[in-house]
Design a protein. Structure first.
Length: 191
């Protein structure tokens, strides 16, 4: 998993008014869970947006006024109209406890079905996975080099070392669909 660093400050008081004031100042309030007690903090909006907008999943070295925590973003709350980040929940990582994250799906190889006019359809951009923090990969690689038109890949076809995919084995991940252009080309070849 990729790593990033983030620095923040402790929140003086906790509540709606305090959170609204922080947001006006360009800060995002957050809570760190998983330790002996919760830590309420705030970080710069631009710093957290760089991590959230990125498709990758990051292991974050969070520095709150000199105290360092090894964390991962557990939940991000967005404003329903403006899509600005309004709150974050971070989880303190323990090397002995498995965590649940959604890893990005990346395709590798070239599909013969796509080369023959088919269209690759990826059903999931992110897949939920559970595993120990040190065993989690950066991405889930899906090899599409064997996909012809009409064939597909399911969860049971994927191998993720040291982690468990939290979807049913028969869940469809990727498929190559026939397009109108491919059907027209096949009809012309038959005629």
């Amino acid at each position: 998993m990729k790593t990033a660093s983030l620095s923040g400050s402790l929140r003086g008081s906790v509540g709606k008014k305090d959170a609204a004031t922080l947001r006006k100042e360009g800060r995002v309030p957050g809570v760190l869970y998983g330790g002996t007690e919760q830590v309420h903090f705030h970080v710069a909006k631009l710093d957290i947006e760089r991590l959230v907008i990125n498709p990758d999943v990051f292991r974050i070295a969070l520095d709150v006024e000199g105290t360092k925590y090894d964390t991962i973003l557990q939940e991000i709350q967005f404003h329903p109209v403006t899509d600005h980040i309004v709150h974050i929940d971070a989880l303190l990582l323990d090397e002995q406890k498995p965590v649940r994250v959604e890893l990005p799906v990346r395709t590798t190889g070239t599909s013969p079905g796509v080369m023959n006019g088919g269209r690759l359809e990826l059903q999931y951009r992110r897949v939920p996975v559970r595993g120990l923090p040190n065993n989690l990969p950066e991405v889930i690689s899906v090899d599409i080099s064997g996909l012809e038109i009409g064939s597909n890949l399911r969860v049971r076809d994927l191998q993720v070392e040291g982690s468990e995919i939290l979807l049913n084995d028969s869940t469809l991940i990727a498929s190559v669909k026939r397009t109108r252009a491919a059907m027209a080309a096949a009809a012309a070849a038959e005629a």
